[in-house]
Design a protein around this ligand. Sequence first.
Ligand code: SKM
Length: 498
Amino acid sequence: MICVSIGRTRHKMVMMEHRSLAEKGAELVELRLDWIARTPDVNRLIKDRPTPVVITCRRPEDKGRWNKTEEQRQALLRTAIVSEVEYVDIEDDIAGTIPRYGKTKRIISHHNFDETPDDLEEIHAAMCKKDPDIVKLVTMANSPGDSVRMLQLVANAKVPTIGFCMGEYGVISRILCGKYGSPFTYATFSRERELAPGQLAFSEMSRIYRYDEIGPETPVYGVIGDPIAHSLSPLIHNLAFKHDKLDAVYLPFRIPKDRLKETLKEFEWLNVQGYSVTIPHKAGALELADEADEASKKMGVANTLFKDDKKAWQARNTDYDAALDSIRLGLDPQGKATADPINGKQVLLLGAGGVSRAIGAGIVAAGGVLTISNRSRTRGEQLAKDLGCNHCTWENRGSGRYDILVNGTAVGMYPNVNDTPFAQNFMQEEMLVFDTVYNPENTLLLKQARERGCKTVSGIEMFVRQAAAQYKLFTGKEAPLEVMRNTLRKGISAVGKL
Ligand code: SKM
């Protein structure tokens, strides 16, 4: 069950939001009395409540907004109990002063906004002695492993325990706590109304992550990277699982660059079945895999890890085929060509990062005549040397004649939508211009290329194809490509930014 928190300053707004959440399917709502500007009137708020409620009134030391006396606060909690609300949230240090009464269930809570302390088990054990129906332990995750420790605690608890972590590293524990037995998780009315760090919106938790359908056996997948909050992989993979009615969930795993090895070890407990891999882990993922295909080894980077039948980690690079197929689609939209349309074409590739390395290797393998240009000259020269292709300086990138231009840099990506890596007057009409940037879909580079009469392919095509290939490696099933494409487009316009 998802408990949705409401924090509004006026009673009227709390009740309105409560009704709206009930209409949207919320089964339990937390009313945060500390947000109400005047003296809260509990009975008014709960009189015609459309769902069961948790009554909570947080003090400033627990990052709440309560600005009246402690006596008044505790009196409110008692009033809620006497009025037989379904749950009341009582901080562990005042549990002794609020007696059990009637049917109201006691959630004994403890928050730590700084860290997930080493003595988590001891804190939990002490809370279990305070006559709880439910123990609620919420701490700040300062590393990915903190979420794992918290979920282990939930899984081993003898008393029903809500346990999750705050912050970006904690997001996975908010989504997975139910899998390990947490009676409910918390979400917020909308992302703009985050009441605690890392809280997801009710719609994300219910419609994207399908929290209520995650069970003990649900296979877990996810994307690893740093940063990761911007990634649209969770959106498209989860909605593809939903479309195919698969019992599976896909999470955003933030892992710092220097912690990949130890974190993947810690995540073994979560029994993750497959990872998409993004910056900065593409080289590290390849190194840590038990086995890799020849193409990934040659590129030195992988964007996919999945467990094979023998539980060994396999590495692949789905960026490679996705990029090449996107280019082929642009050159030969009807798919009529009998030979590879890239063969013999002059290709200018801008950039020398992981994506460029994969695309460049693919172009060379397909028989394209590749030239690399990069803002940092030494990196560009190094990649050209590794791939055995031409190099041209960034200043001279407009001087040659090319059939295909590929942008493998992040220039033009949101929020820098007015930037372009290649001036319009350098473009030739018969060129195909392919931009790996997918947010926005219509980058300035692509707009100017179209004005100039060039054919274009957007980064959406590549992103969807690399995800679809991962989906097949993860599930053994063909991905619902159209669902993924439409979801990505909607996701980009809804989020507006990545
Ligand atoms: O190669 C992909 C990766 O699979 C996922 C991703 C993302 O989620 O942003 C980006 C690319 O690196």
